[in-house]
Structure formats: C-alpha cells, structure tokens
Design a protein around this ligand. Structure first.
Ligand SMILES: [Fe+2]
Ligand SMILES: [Fe+2]
Length: 280
C-alpha cells in the first residue's frame, strides 16, 4: 500500500557525506556546488530554529491533527539537522570557514523578534525550501551526475520538505497569536519578502567566502556565471517565482503534500531506486 502524499514520513537515513567531501560534487562543477553549499551551510542552525519556533506554540494548539504534524515535522527536521551537520563537517574539512558563516547566520536568527515573527520567518523559509524542493524533483536529471551521497541526500531532503511544506502555515493559522486575520496576512507577506532578501544576502556572502577559499577570483566573469546559474540555467532563483506569487494569496494553505502528489511520488520513487549506501 502506498502512503498518502501528505503523510509526513520520518526517514532515519545516514548518507555518509563526510566520506565523500568534494568541493565540486555537483557533476564536477565547482560554481554549481558552491551555489548549493552556500545555502546548505545554513541548514543545521536554521532547522533547529524552525523546530523551536513551531514547538513554542504546540502546547497552545488544541487541534490534534496539527499537533501530530508538528511532531512529524520536528522529527524530519531533526534528521535533516543531523545529516547537514555531517555536510557542514565535510565543508569544514574542505577548508571552508563554516564557523564564520554560521556566526553570521546566528546573528540574524538570534535577534529578539518574538515568537510570532519567528513562526512567520519559519513559514517563509519553508516556502523557500518548498520552491527548491520542487526545483530538484521536477528536474531529477539535474542531480544525475552529482556525487552519489550528495545526490541522495538532496533528493531525500527535497522529498521531506515537500511532505511537510504546509505544516508551519497550519501552525500559524491555529496558534493563538492574537492577530486579526488581515494583520496576520500583511505581516506574513512582509516577513516573506524580508526573509527572501536576507537569505539571498547571506547566501551571496557565503558564496564569496567559499570561492575565496578555493582561490577562484570573484571578478566579473565569476559574477556573471553566478548570475547565470541563479537566473538562467539551471536558474535556481527562477524556481522561487511561482511559490512567491502563491504565497501572496490570502488564505494560501501552503504547498506540498496532496497538492504536489505527483512530485511526492517521484521523490519517493527516486529514494527507493537510489538507496543510500550507508546503513542507518
Ligand atoms: Fe529540512
Ligand atoms: Fe523544512
């Protein structure tokens, strides 16, 4: 029997990234790898932040279904955190200043913004990870030439981001924030835009740090290539456009799960057909 598309399945999988640390893991392409790694390096701290911001509201929510979703979400994100800590250890072994990049992120995450804005920030970042998950699973061939441990990890992560994509927004609707619906809507949209801008700023800074460590000159040619990877081909940032517009809709329920049943099925098939080499 197949699981429903909106089921949140926690998969305790180890990918063994440490043993395959590679600066050019993305098909031998250093710049492509750096674009993805610049985002990846923020995930362990980011995912701990997401779990905390949802769990903060769990005791105040009566809906048993939402409670169960928070639990499923937290377990998935906890496994992601563990595997991305291994990923960051690999980045550190490759000579990248992981501690410095995490410190910059933590200065942003540690600001005293209160639980509502933390929850809204989580909703916004989940929309970013949802967009990137769709991007990866819609183009499975993109990762064909990637080093196996990296390919499997990213497809697994993309699948689970799709499965739990709407959870943070459901928590926002169910949480007793004291905000009128119109105010909640305006704030959620404003936070999305602020978070987008901050994430892009941080990621570009991380790319700069990584490229400097590899000795690549960050001159005009490098910048044009980066812009091409983001907006041209494969166009990582173009994948954000549709989900950005969707998020602007009042009452947007969140993506993933049943709404993306075909992609969830594709993600599950990819994981089944290309299993990790390292036993859990
Ligand atoms: Fe995650
Ligand atoms: Fe997530």
């Amino acid at each position: 029997m197949t699981s429903p598309a909106d089921e949140i399945i926690a998969r305790d999988i180890r990918f063994g990234i440490e043993a395959q640390a590679d600066r050019a893991w993305f098909g031998g392409d250093l710049m492509m790898s750096v674009v993805v790694d610049a985002l990846a390096v923020m995930l362990p701290e980011g995912e701990r932040f997401f779990i905390r911001s949802l769990k903060h509201y769990a005791p105040d929510i009566d809906d048993a279904e939402v409670q169960a979703e928070i639990r499923g979400y937290a377990v998935q994100e906890a496994f992601h955190t563990r595997e991305h800590e291994a990923y960051n250890a690999a980045l550190g072994a490759l000579g990248y200043d992981v501690a410095g990049m995490e410190a910059r992120l933590n200065r942003m995450l540690g600001r005293e913004i209160g639980p509502v804005l933390r929850l809204m920030s989580t909703c916004a970042i989940e929309q970013v990870t949802y967009s990137l998950a769709r991007f990866i699973l819609k183009r499975p061939e993109l990762m064909d030439a990637a080093a196996p441990a990296y390919r499997r990890l990213w497809r697994w992560h993309a699948l689970e981001e799709l499965e739990h994509s709407a959870v943070a927004l459901r928590v926002l609707r169910a949480a007793p924030t004291g905000l009128a619906p119109w105010k909640r809507y305006l704030l959620r949209v404003a936070v999305l835009n602020a978070v987008f801008a901050q994430m892009i700023w941080l990621a570009i800074g991380n790319m700069h740090v990584m490229l400097r460590a590899t000795g690549v000159r960050t001159g005009l040619r490098t910048r044009l290539r980066l812009a091409w990877l983001l907006f041209g081909r494969p166009g990582f940032l173009r994948g954000l456009v549709g989900p950005w517009f969707a998020y602007m809709r009042p009452g947007y329920p969140g993506g993933g799960g049943a709404a993306d049943a075909g992609l969830v099925a594709e993600g599950r098939r990819l994981l089944r057909d290309d299993p990790p080499a390292v036993p859990a």
